[in-house]
Write a protein that binds this ligand. Sequence first.
Ligand SMILES: C[S@@+](CC[C@H](N)C(=O)[O-])C[C@H]1O[C@@H](n2cnc3c(N)ncnc32)[C@H](O)[C@@H]1O
Length: 343
Amino acid sequence: MESIKVLSLFSGIGAFEKALTNLDINYEIVNYCEIDKYASHAYSVIHAVSEDLNLKDITKIDIGCLPYCDLITHGSPCQDFSVSGENKGGDEGSNTRSSLMWNTVSIVKHIRPRYVVWENVKNVLSKTHEHNFDKYINTLRKLGYNNYYKVLNAKDFNIPQNRERIFVVSVRNDVKISDTWIEDINTKELSMCLKDIIEPIEMVPEKYYLSESVTSKLIYRQNTTAKSGITIVGDLNNSELKMNKRIFSTLGICSTILTTNPPKIYIETPTDTGYKIRKLMPVECWRLMGFSDKDYWRVKETLEKTFYKGKDRTDSQMYKMAGNSIVVNVLESIFKSLLIDQD
Ligand SMILES: C[S@@+](CC[C@H](N)C(=O)[O-])C[C@H]1O[C@@H](n2cnc3c(N)ncnc32)[C@H](O)[C@@H]1O
């Protein structure tokens, strides 16, 4: 296969690129585009490219100067479409963060790559936001693309995380592709649970555990379902517990990893109480996004050196990068069906 030229927009830590690498697909990053300095640095480390390739703010790109590419990827900002956000929406020209998806469309219009892949929250299909989704599809259709979309959940790709996202793949209509490629995307049975990805107890620093007072309230609410992999729901009316309302058994899966407030898990311990509750560690969140420990540690070390005078203060950035990303395993299945199984 000839090398695929990739333009990565809203790159984050580059889940699309990671999936291409894992599949051994021959590709070249012509440019990436990421406004956040920590994510840009992480991207350059993970994908071994110079930060000089970063176009930075998408609104300031001189589109006329962009080189040709075959594939544009964009997991555009989703906050304004998200159920947990303020629902400001993504109307073109509205200046919301989610409206940056239209900057991609202008770039597609100019470059006319073979493929465009867009990822976003499922809520973009809701009554409030579907007009933007429809407009995106219609605009790409008018530009000469066939559009395919599907909502996929990470747990159907053997990752113990419940994370549903919409994936829209647009294929330029002169590119030959099987009509059923999207139905042919292979899911994988879930054979893992949180227990398989979490750190051994002796490797978990104290700072990830909830305080004794919060834990004791949750312990009080513990019920036997916890052991069978079912979510324990705390008392939602108690404001102290609001942040900790969902605690997951390590025999099950966790909720969607967001940019802050990582999911909590219940760990059995040989102590008096019998268990402790803790936040997932950043490295565990990266694993649940399909990134390797090597990626995690290399990024953490270089962020510490570059931005934190060598101090261990990277947690909030590492959580944010994981929460903003896309589960690599899902993208692998998409690219396999789109790019490899066509041959
Ligand atoms: C949902 S995340 C996408 C993450 C990415 N798909 C990944 O695999 O990690 C959106 C990204 O867009 C970036 N972003 C927001 N506004 C931007 C802008 N004006 N120009 C370029 N990037 C921007 C954010 O910093 C964030 O990293």
